[in-house]
Design a protein around this ligand. Structure first.
Ligand SMILES: [Ca+2]
Ligand SMILES: [Ca+2]
Ligand SMILES: [Ca+2]
Length: 248
């Protein structure tokens, strides 16, 4: 009887305490205008375990593409006192250790909410766009430009690339978004065009994120200490119960 009660309690702890731990990592970055185009950033994603998480971009600091469009509004999404005009185009690559990004390692692209963000599903990666409402959870105000998606990855090394729309495989390999300029809303007076900011929010119920430089290590959420202590106690009780039965 005690054994069954303990087993039930153990099951309750397993379901209540083990998986449901929300984890979030927020990363801020800036892309720059150069003579030949714009820069892009590469975040190395080290998946120590297979798992699911969400990625949500906040970057474009206006709601519409033109100041004259109905619903036009601006918001300083990252709170730095400025408005900048990054329309993020983002890509997943396998990381084979080489110094440059190659088309052979390209896995998926997500440019916008449900646009240039084809669902990908294979043994390595599953990616699907989130809805506009989900994408706005991080403050995004543009109706489309900031991508947001759910992703699952096999264990391994990946690279997540943040560029300004649009980055081709050839430009990724060359290391510069050739001829690109940031896209202020049409009619916007005196825009900042030398650089543009973005914010990435990684979140998961089952994975931890730890950042060091441009590397983000993704690992399983450890089971809480109480779980291990309780599990040991239950194992001990079961063992004693079996010994009693055998003795009788
Ligand atoms: Ca800003
Ligand atoms: Ca967003
Ligand atoms: Ca975009």
């Amino acid at each position: 009887m005690i054994k069954y009660a303990l087993s039930a309690a153990l099951a309750a702890i397993l379901s209540a305490a083990a998986p449901a731990q929300a984890n979030t990592l927020v990363v801020d970055g800036t892309l720059f205008r150069q003579a030949g185009g714009t820069t892009f950033d590469v975040w190395k994603i080290n998946m120590q375990t297979a798992g699911n998480f969400s990625v949500n971009l906040a970057a474009y600091e206006a709601a519409q593409n033109n100041v004259a469009t109905a619903g036009y509004a601006t918001a300083d999404l990252n709170g730095d006192g400025e408005l900048t005009w990054l329309d993020p185009d983002t890509h997943w690559y396998l990381d084979d250790g080489s110094a440059t990004l190659s088309a052979a390692n390209h896995l998926a692209r997500c440019d916008d909410i449900a646009n240039n963000c084809a669902t990908v599903s294979n043994g390595t990666i599953n990616l699907a766009s989130q809805s506009q409402v989900q994408g706005a959870a991080d403050g995004s105000i543009h109706f489309r430009r900031d991508p947001a998606f759910d992703i699952s990855l096999a264990a391994g090394a990946y690279q997540y690339v943040i560029a300004d729309y649009r980055l081709t495989d050839a430009e990724a390999a060359a290391g510069i978004n050739s001829g690109d300029t940031f896209s202020q809303p049409g009619g916007y007076v005196d825009p900042i065009l030398d650089y543009a900011d973005y914010r990435i929010t990684f979140s998961s119920d089952t994975l931890n994120f730890a950042r060091s430089g441009n590397t983000i290590t993704v690992s399983q959420v450890p089971l809480p200490g109480a779980f291990w202590l309780f599990g040991s106690a239950v194992a001990g009780c079961s063992l004693r119960a079996r010994r009693k039965t055998a003795a009788a």
